[in-house]
Design a protein around this ligand. Structure first.
Ligand code: ZN
Length: 366
């Protein structure tokens, strides 16, 4: 066969065609407050010695690797740096992947912490980003608890003294969550996760945390973990209310039910309960990520099909062509992305007749 004349094929290895769902590998982290068992969402990786507790499973870590498609083997950090808007979406100017999402498994209290906002982070830790986060409770055992916000009438001086003595738990609001509860945690709200919880957390891609109280415990290396009292007290908002137990705004769809959990300027979270096949495509202006919380099935693309399972993370590039999700059993997905809050969240809900007062209780954006 003769080569077509005048037609030039240029193969550019730096521009792969990112047009279908890409699976990412999870990263498991040991924590003193973690758990041995991660079922039913994940299988415990064989690389962890028996008895070692795992506390976090990062879905979109810089080290997460693509498991299929044209950039299989690359890490998310490398791909984000190399492909920028093609992978992360035009809305996101930074070369670092926009969102960090993880599952957290607790058997004990985590330290009391507070996060700075972007401006405070730039001042106290130049080059770092602040952290706004959202908790979505997957399960809560008999002891399931968390702390959020400072009790009324607790002064800054009293709080500083209890942080120094490791006794701040009694100065903070204690809550016992229910599965499905969403808790929005803006910068400045003092908080701690307690025992008995499995939760999903999505946040700005930042690890900037000011630890205020570790209850006098020792870390994995046997030494007390450092506290960051000055920075932490400088950013803590004593009057911040606990933004918890957010209303459940759920819509019926031809494929099942669709909960709009929350949206802010940094991220949006939706929950999809699939009973029948559903057709989706890339968001165009932004990347989105699907986490399979329960169920299994097939992802059908023009190029073929792939199986999906509980615990999988699927990144949907902005330019992804139409694909079908075909559940084999009841399937629960968590979907997160950097939203255009009005276009992606507020307007679709208004169009479906949800009251403005309800919508505004799950949107946190200026
Ligand atoms: Zn936090």
């Amino acid at each position: 066969m003769r080569a077509a004349q005048g037609r030039r094929w240029t193969y550019c290895p730096s521009m792969p065609n990112l047009d279908s769902p890409l699976q990412l590998s999870p990263v498991f982290l040991p924590k003193i407050w973690g758990r041995e068992k991660l079922e039913p969402i994940f299988k415990r990786p064989a690389s962890f010695p028996p008895g070692e507790l795992i506390g976090e499973v990062w879905l979109t870590a810089s080290e997460s690797r693509f498991m299929n498609g044209p950039i299989a083997g690359m890490t998310l950090g490398e791909a984000s740096e190399q492909f920028g808007p093609q992978l992360n979406g035009e809305m996101w100017k930074d070369r670092r992947f926009p969102l960090l999402a993880k599952y957290i498994y607790t058997s004990d209290w985590l330290s009391v912490q507070v996060h700075p906002d972007d401006a405070q982070a730039a001042r106290f830790n130049p080059g770092e980003r602040g952290k706004c986060e959202l908790w979505y409770m997957v399960s809560s055992g008999r002891k399931g608890a968390y702390l959020a916000g400072v009790k009324p009438r607790v002064t800054a001086a009293k709080l500083r003294a209890s942080f120094e003595q490791g006794t701040s738990r009694s100065d903070l609001n204690l809550f016992h969550p229910r599965p499905g509860e969403a808790v929005f945690m803006p910068p400045g709200t003092v908080h701690a996760l307690g025992p008995g919880l499995v939760l999903f957390e999505v946040e700005e891609n930042s690890d900037l945390t000011y630890r205020l109280d570790d209850f006098g415990r020792k870390g994995l290396d046997g030494k007390p973990r450092p506290l960051h009292l000055e920075k932490g007290l400088a950013v803590a908002r004593l009057d911040a209310p606990a933004l918890r137990n957010l209303p459940v705004v759920s819509l019926k769809e031809p494929w099942g039910s669709h909960r709009f959990v929350t949206a802010c300027g940094y991220f949006a979270l939706e929950e999809l309960n699939l009973q029948k096949r559903a057709v989706f495509r890339g968001r165009g202006h932004a990347v989105e990520v699907l986490s399979v919380l329960a169920g299994e099935g097939r992802i059908e693309t023009p190029a073929g099909w792939l199986g999906f399972h509980c615990g999988d993370t699927w990144l949907i590039p902005p330019a992804a062509a139409e694909f079908r999700l075909v559940p084999r059993e009841k399937t629960q997905l968590l979907k997160f992305y950097v939203p255009d809050v009005d276009k992606d969240f507020r307007r679709p809900l208004l169009k479906r007749g949800v009251q403005t007062s309800t919508i505004e209780r799950i949107i946190f954006a200026e």
